[in-house]
Each structure stands twice: as structure tokens, then as C-alpha cells.
Write a protein that binds this ligand. Structure first.
Ligand SMILES: [Zn+2]
Length: 460
């Protein structure tokens, strides 16, 4: 067949040889890879049948995660996230968040925490959530192998423990997981006890240098406005425009009725689908076994009870948030809520409604039949209905508004309400505060804030 006397014969022969060569290269690559895998496998001898199945599923790109219980919020919720800090810009971000009464999540770099430990402490003190964003953000090393990614996560974890006293369980991949993570990355981090968060709204503030604030706001305005929105922003060096845009971004979500919350292990994480990565990587079974053992050893959930104390991983979660007293300062009058009689959840303080209202000079009555707590201050009245998650406002006996207020809890016969939101409704405001365990207080300014519009413009 190859002897056909056509002019095209030479070309045809070249093509055949080219294909043969390509085939040979492919075969050699396969042959080179296969014995290496087998050798590593034999050498370690660690992969059980179950691990083999996991290994092959991961190698084929299938994501394997432990089952998790997530809690969906009742009201539409936005999670503002800031990556790459702390930096000199972070205090400005914190000031704005404090002014707006909004909590956010900071995915910080180990090297930045090392440089600005006091700013990292302030982030925690003011009730924001922290996450691990690796040590130095260098893609080539982080995505060259999981071993290096893991080394940086652990280094940053130790820096957090030494700086803020706990080990955050949230993690964001530098650049996001898309085309960076494979199924192994997701698997190992999940096994280690980390929750990986991507986002569903990108502010676009790192598309290029100095993206103007107006462009960020326009980008965010396009949504999508899902029930839960995770917004990607940056508080690293060079992101002054993000600081500039932040008040408008917060206003945008407030106007749409969103609640602001911090990310946590209870929030179902946004995660991009596993696709082909842009990084050439190998994961021989021996390496897989070693890394799997390492991430297991890191996660206290997998701890073997029999392990000597010296080998056990230190506690990874902050201590219970409400086991120290909380001081509420009303000018010179101080009131102390003993440990256990308030709640600090995701950076929001919940206090008993009766306790707060009576100290603001309002009267409080509970109607067991309608299951309504009524707070009266002068002609104004707020009726809290924990069953429907609603507050009915009245002025001089006339209904003026129904306010959706899912954020109240009925526990141990008391209604617990978020402090800041409730103060705003009652015409007060929060001054300074500290959430440090050994110095926990809130300065309350009664009557300084304006009454909200629903009191001044009755609907009926
Ligand atoms: Zn980043």
C-alpha cells in the first residue's frame, strides 16, 4: 500500500511517520507514568481497597466530600469577603463596616498577618470572620503541587494560632478554585476540616490595577441577587478603590433588604465546578497516601482517642463565645449580662429584649396568648412576634409598619434580639465596643440616633 506511485506518497509517508512518532511519544509517556505509579504504590503499600476507589475517583476528576449540615438563612443574606489582607487599607475597611454595623469575612495571607498582627486582632475583636488564604499567594508554587499548598496552609494556620489564638476553618484559594483546584485539592482540604469558599458575585476589583469604584458598583449591580450572595473583594495593598466603593456596595445590599453575615462552617459554600486545571501535576498513589495521612492527622475530628496528648492537635475552634460577662454601658450606668445570658453568634450580639428595653427606659410586656412582646416608649410601640419573625410598629395606637425581623430568638422564656438592630429601632445607637474575652463591652447611646422612618410616617 505504501508503494502506490502517487506524488502524494511521500507526504502520506511523512504523515504516517508523524502519527507513529506521536503514538510512540504517547506510549512512552504512558509507560513512564505507569511503572512510577505502581512503584510508589508498592513502596507505600498503604492504599486499602477503599482508598484505591477514592484515589481513582479523584484522579478521574470526581469530587468527594464528607456530608455536611448547612443552615440556610431565613432572610436574603450577603457575605462580604475581603482577600489578601491585612494591609494598611484594612483599618479603613473596618471603620466603614463598624459605621454601617456590618460584619464581613477576611481571607488573610500568612505573610500579611505576620506583618500586621494588630490589624488581624482587630478584625477578630470586631466580630468579623477570618479565613486562611495561604501564606504568600504565589500561584506557581501553590498550584504546582498540593504538598506546597498544604505546607502554606499549615504555616498560615500556625501564624493565626499565635496571633489571634485560634485556627480559622474557612479557606479561600488564591485566584479561586476554577482551573486551579483538582478533585484532590478539594478532597484533602475537606478531610483536613477546612471549608473552601469561592464566590458568586465578583466585584471585579482585581481584574486589573485600580479598577474604579464606579465600575465595581456597576458590576455588583448586575447581580445575580441570589438568596445567599458571596461577594469577592480585596483589602490588600493597592485596593483603595475598593475602600471607596464599599459604602455604596453596602447601601446597595441594604436597599435590597439583604442581611449581612459572616461566612462560617454552617454556610453552604459557593464552589466552582472541578474542571481541567491549567497546572501540570502528578499524584502518584504513594504521595496520595502520605498526604491523606497528613491531613487526617491535622483534623481533630479524626483524632484517635488513644493518641498521647502531646501528639494531639490543639483545639481549632474559638472557645464558646458567651462564657464571659458582657458589660452594657449606658453612659455612667453599667449593666452586666452574666456568662450564658446573652449570645454572640457570627459577630452579632443577641441580648434579652426585656433587659435591653427596660434599661432604655421602655416598658416591656409579654402576652402569652398572642405570644407577642410589646415594647412601649412614649407613644411608640414595637410588638415582637417571634413566631412569625415580624415586628409590628405602632404610633399612638395606630399601626405604622410591619417589619420582617427574622433575627430574633425565643429561648428559655426570653426573646433574644440582635443588639445593634434593636437599638436602631428604639432610637439608640452603638458607640464603641470590644468583643475581647477579657474586656467585653458595648457603649450604648440611648436616644441619640433618629427614630426610623416607620415611626414618623405611618402607613395607615
Ligand atoms: Zn487572593
Amino acid at each position: 500500500m505504501l508503494q502506490l506511485p502517487y506524488p502524494s506518497r511521500r507526504r502520506g509517508g511523512t504523515l504516517v511517520r508523524l502519527f507513529a512518532l506521536l503514538f510512540l511519544i504517547a506510549a512512552l509517556a504512558g509507560a513512564a507514568a505507569l511503572p512510577a505509579y505502581a512503584a510508589a504504590d508498592e513502596e507505600s503499600g498503604r492504599l486499602s481497597d477503599g482508598d484505591q476507589a477514592v484515589f481513582h475517583a479523584l484522579a478521574s476528576g470526581k469530587k468527594i466530600m464528607q456530608p455536611h449540615d448547612y443552615t440556610a438563612p431565613k432572610s436574603p443574606t450577603v457575605y462580604l469577603t475581603f482577600d489578601d489582607g491585612p494591609s494598611k487599607l484594612t483599618p479603613q475597611v473596618l471603620d466603614i463596616l463598624q459605621e454601617e454595623g456590618v460584619k464581613a469575612t477576611f481571607f488573610e495571607l500568612g505573610e500579611q498577618v505576620r506583618e500586621y498582627p494588630d490589624i488581624a486582632k482587630r478584625v477578630v475583636r470586631e466580630g468579623h470572620a477570618l479565613g486562611n488564604h495561604t501564606y504568600d499567594h504565589v500561584y506557581q508554587s501553590l498550584y504546582g503541587s498540593f504538598a506546597e499548598f498544604w505546607r502554606q496552609v499549615k504555616e498560615t494556620d500556625d501564624i493565626f494560632a499565635g496571633t489571634v489564638g485560634f485556627r480559622p476553618r474557612l479557606l479561600r484559594a488564591p485566584g479561586g478554585t476554577a482551573t486551579n483546584f483538582d478533585a484532590f485539592y478539594f478532597y484533602f482540604l475537606d478531610q483536613a476540616g477546612f471549608t473552601v469558599f469561592d464566590w458568586n458575585v465578583d466585584s471585579g476589583d482585581s481584574k486589573r490595577a485600580n479598577v474604579p469604584a464606579s465600575e465595581m458598583i456597576d458590576t455588583i449591580k448586575r447581580g445575580p441577587f441570589a438568596h445567599e450572595v458571596t461577594v469577592l473583594m480585596h483589602d490588600g495593598t493597592g485596593h483603595a478603590q475598593t475602600v471607596k466603593a464599599l459604602p455604596d456596595i453596602i447601601k446597595l445590599f441594604k436597599d435590597k433588604g439583604y442581611t449581612f453575615a459572616t461566612l462560617s462552617e454552617q454556610v453552604k459554600p459557593e464552589q466552582f465546578a472541578v474542571t481541567k486545571t491549567k497546572w501540570p501535576r502528578a499524584m502518584p498513589p504513594g504521595k496520595f497516601a502520605k498526604l491523606a495521612a497528613d491531613v487526617h492527622g491535622f483534623n481533630p475530628a479524626w483524632q484517635d482517642q488513644a493518641k498521647p496528648a502531646s501528639q494531639q492537635v490543639k483545639p481549632v475552634s474559638p472557645p464558646p463565645a458567651n462564657d464571659v460577662p458582657l458589660q452594657l454601658r449606658f453612659g455612667r450606668a453599667h449593666a452586666v449580662l452574666p456568662p450564658g445570658s446573652y449570645d454572640l453568634e457570627e459577630g452579632t450580639l443577641y441580648v434579652p429584649l426585656r433587659f435591653l428595653a427596660s434599661r432604655l427606659g421602655a416598658s416591656v410586656a409579654w402576652d402569652d396568648r398572642t405570644r407577642t412582646a410589646t415594647v412601649r416608649a412614649g407613644l411608640r410601640e414595637l410588638n415582637y412576634e417571634p413566631n412569625t419573625g415580624t415586628i409590628r410598629a405602632e404610633v399612638a395606637g395606630k399601626p405604622s409598619a410591619r417589619i420582617p425581623f427574622a433575627d430574633m430568638k425565643l429561648a428559655a422564656g426570653s426573646i433574644f434580639v440582635p443588639l445593634r438592630a434593636t437599638l436602631t429601632m428604639l432610637g439608640g445607637a452603638v458607640g464603641g465596643y470590644s468583643m475581647l474575652r477579657d474586656d467585653r463591652y458595648v457603649d450604648i447611646r440611648p436616644g441619640l440616633g433618629a427614630y426610623p422612618a416607620f415611626f414618623t410616617s405611618p402607613l395607615y
